[in-house]
Design a protein around this ligand. Structure first.
Ligand code: CP
Length: 391
């Protein structure tokens, strides 16, 4: 049986996977989605990957505009958004948030309404300032929905969080899809070390570790979070991770060293983030538009990071992991020589590229799941269409 025939078989049983529950669903935080919805989303992302690799066109949304606004730098997520929109037949447009009227005080609601009336899907990255990014996304979504409701339009314009101050859903869902491929029997009983690592480049957002501990605990994994003093995550996020671990039969613990986190781990995810107190101080400096205070806080954060240069994922630490062969993961870009040794990165370069590639299919799944009411039937038609052409 070839991969498309297998896919057709899978599609017969897909109703139970709850594709319908994804319809009209925006993605703001993975913690707001049910486990069943997350499973359906992963299945859909995996299906789009198979279709793409089999050369099947998936032009579900011709002539649409899929707009993404980035208030921070990006390589992977920007190109994944563009790649996803193109594969779905839509035109992608990625704009720099600092060039919008948000910089002159336009509200999130006004911005959302305006972008929503012109586009058919909206992605937003707004990750640098605590308590602002996710709030902005919710405001923008309210603006879109109110506009469409007042218009009496049933057009669906989903919003996708492309990284905020709390979560990075397209990243952690890509990570989850990669883990599903590497551990097809699931994460129950698997130990995942999510560890802080040294970075001299910039004070990185907290969203990836926060997103990981609140997603992987849904799947029964044993999560060990490690960081130096002063690098804690949001209390609400820690409490959620604890609750999810209890519900899934997994576990969540905080340890004080990278060695302790890595010991016998099946998966390691060492990456940097900023010191919590300084990330909090950024909020006031940002609200006051005080660029010199922001620059000073960044300098202080990097000085603080430099006190922990020994927090590196190197060959010795990988040797502590399960049979010395844990799966190394990173959202990328990694600071090579700081977060991870050149040798470890070289060894896992293909693995992290595969991990990163999953994001494109996750975004396709988020957009198609939210926008296509008859998705199962449309997927059938796409696969059968190829069968007919090949006959
Ligand atoms: N991992 C990630 O989000 O990468 P970018 O910042 O390049 O989008």
């Amino acid at each position: 049986m070839n991969s498309l025939e297998t896919l057709q078989d899978e599609l017969e049983g897909v109703e139970a996977k709850g594709l319908a529950s994804l319809y009209r669903r925006s993605m703001l935080l993975t913690s707001e989605w049910s486990r069943a919805q997350l499973d359906s989303l992963c299945w859909l992302a995996e299906t789009f990957e198979k279709l793409d690799r089999a050369g099947v066109a998936t032009t579900l949304f011709p002539d649409e505009l899929h707009l993404a606004v980035f208030f921070d730098s990006s390589t992977r997520t920007k190109s994944s958004w563009a790649g996803a929109a193109s594969r779905l037949g839509a035109r992608p447009l990625v704009i720099d948030g600092s060039t919008t009227q948000v910089s002159h005080g336009e509200t999130a609601e006004e911005t959302g309404a305006m972008l929503g009336m012109n586009a058919h899907a909206l992605g937003v990255r707004h990750d640098l300032i605590l308590d602002q990014g996710n709030r902005f996304m919710r405001g923008a979504l309210t603006g879109i929905e109110q506009y469409l409701e007042e218009l009496g339009s049933d057009r669906v314009v989903p919003l996708v969080n492309l990284q905020c101050d709390i979560d990075h859903p397209t990243q952690t869902l890509a990570d989850l899809c990669w883990l599903r491929e590497k551990f097809p029997h699931g994460l129950q009983g698997k130990t995942v070390a999510v560890s802080w690592a040294y970075s001299p480049s910039y004070a990185k957002p907290l969203s990836v570790p926060q997103g990981l501990i609140t997603l992987l605990t849904r799947y029964g994994a044993d999560i060990r979070l490690a960081h130096p003093p002063g690098y804690r995550l949001r209390v609400e996020t820690m409490e959620l991770a604890d609750r999810f671990a209890g519900e899934s039969g997994g576990s969540f613990e905080v340890v004080s060293s990278m060695d302790e986190a890595f010991r016998d781990a099946d998966v390691v995810y060492p990456k940097s983030w900023g010191p919590y107190d300084l990330m909090l101080e950024r909020v006031d400096a940002s609200q006051g538009g005080d660029q010199s205070a922001l620059a000073d806080l960044e300098y202080q954060a990097l000085e603080r990071n430099a006190e922990h240069q020994d927090w590196i994922c190197d060959e010795r630490r990988m040797g502590l992991t399960h049979e010395g062969e844990a799966l190394y993961m990173h959202c990328l870009p990694a600071d090579i020589g700081a977060e991870v040794s050149p040798g470890v990165m070289r060894h896992y370069r293909h693995a992290v590229a595969r991990e990163a590639n999953k994001k494109l299919y996750v975004i396709m799944a988020l957009l198609a799941g939210a926008k296509q009411r008859r998705l199962r039937q449309r997927l059938h038609e796409l696969v059968q269409g190829v069968g007919r052409e090949g006959a």
